[in-house]
Design a protein around this ligand. Structure first.
Ligand SMILES: CC(C)(COP(=O)(O)OP(=O)(O)OC[C@H]1O[C@@H](n2cnc3c(N)ncnc32)[C@H](O)[C@@H]1OP(=O)(O)O)[C@@H](O)C(=O)NCCC(=O)NCCS
Length: 241
């Protein structure tokens, strides 16, 4: 996959992890990750963590041939896990929400992914006013009843995907990480503190099932467009070795 960006989604509804896979994913972890996994009181949160780190290792292994257990991750700025070894041009990013885990893998580019559960209790109005740019807020408010929450989550996931690709935390004013949805594909329209930001980023939205929304951010500042491929990640894609 010389210039493919792969975005895989694991749906818990497709079937949970059997004990054998669970053990294997835990075995692949490095010590500090294993400690973190073991400290989750909530089984679902632990599973999301194991699956995410397992997907990253499985997908990196597929594209490089390096076995899953050999990948070492370190925390970069604002806690983003990044590849510490082996030395590689590949990057990854992860997101999880209510039974869906998304992993993006690409080569030589910054990449970010966010996934959100579409049916979470509506908190949209106040949060939207706080994190949206004026044009985004107008667009959310103009959506028909029953579609406002989803419209808001489109902007939310795009903002998160960009921040995650850049490895940034909440240091940026979220209203400045702005988008226009006018022409079908999301278009990056940074403003305010980000007014001078390079807009040569590619964004994609996808709905992997009827309950989740995914946004991905791909750095295309080098002027090339990778092939962004969405995939379902099935249990049997975790290699046995
Ligand atoms: C760190 C942050 C990106 C995590 O977001 P989240 O919604 O809680 O969780 P997600 O499911 O999207 O992502 C979690 C994964 O992102 C990765 N991650 C953690 N910190 C990250 C960072 N600074 N940048 C990129 N990825 C990060 C990790 O792989 C983590 O998975 P893990 O549990 O296996 O370690 C988030 O807390 C944050 O700072 N967001 C940006 C600002 C914000 O508040 N945005 C609001 C919406 S517009």
């Amino acid at each position: 996959m010389p210039d493919d960006v792969l975005v895989a989604v694991f749906n818990a509804d497709d079937g949970g992890l059997d004990a054998d896979v669970w053990t294997r994913l835990r075995d692949w972890l490095q010590p500090n990750e294993r400690e973190r996994a073991d400290n989750y009181a909530d089984r679902e949160a632990r599973a999301a963590f194991l699956i995410g780190r397992g997907m990253a290792r499985a997908m990196l292994s597929e594209v490089t041939g390096v076995p899953p257990a050999e990948w070492r991750f370190a925390e970069g700025a604002h806690g983003r896990p990044e590849i510490a070894s082996p030395d590689t041009p590949y990057h990854f990013n992860l997101a999880h929400s209510h039974g869906a885990v998304a992993c993006i893998v690409g080569r030589g580019r910054e990449i970010g992914v966010d996934v959100e559960f579409l049916h979470r209790p509506a908190a949209a109005h106040d949060v939207a006013a706080r994190v949206c740019a004026p044009d985004e807020l107008d667009d959310v408010n103009a959506a028909p009843d029953g579609q406002r929450q989803e419209r808001f989550l489109v902007y939310w996931t795009l903002k998160e995907a960009y921040l995650k690709a850049r490895g940034l935390g909440i240091s940026l004013h979220l209203g400045d990480v702005a988008f226009s949805l006018a022409d079908g594909q999301p278009k990056f329209a940074p403003r305010g503190s980000l007014a001078d930001a390079d807009t040569r980023w590619t964004f994609r939205l996808a709905q992997p099932n009827d309950q989740h929304l995914i946004a991905v951010a791909v750095d295309t500042r080098d002027g090339t467009e990778p092939n962004i491929r969405f995939q379902r990640f099935a249990n049997n894609r975790f290699p046995r070795a």
